[in-house]
Ligand binder design. Structure first.
Ligand code: SF4
Length: 86
């Protein structure tokens, strides 16, 4: 699927602190719909206090990367960011 999201190089001030370092992260726009976890369960998980999903592990395989990219494309809030500068 074509990625319509621009590659962003924004500051991470809106990112949840639980995100592990790396290009993918979830920002504060997350509405906890859980779609990202359904698409990429190895990458996205709900936070301990259940206030947001976050990047639990950066994708480390081609399969996980494809799943994370699909989640980024499908997130209804565009809350998933891929920062190529990281
Ligand atoms: S798909 Fe987007 S809005 Fe839904 S839980 Fe994941 S980051 Fe949050």
């Amino acid at each position: 699927m074509f990625n319509t999201h621009p590659i962003q190089s924004v500051s991470r001030k809106d990112a949840f602190p639980e995100n592990v370092p790396g290009p993918f992260y979830v920002n504060t726009q997350c509405i906890i719909c859980s779609l990202c976890h359904e698409l990429a369960p190895d990458v996205f998980r709900i936070s301990e206090d259940e206030t947001s999903f976050y990047v639990y592990a950066q994708p480390s395989t081609a399969e996980q990367l494809a799943a994370a990219e699909e989640a980024l494309e499908c997130c209804p809030m565009e809350a998933i960011v891929r920062d190529e500068n990281d």
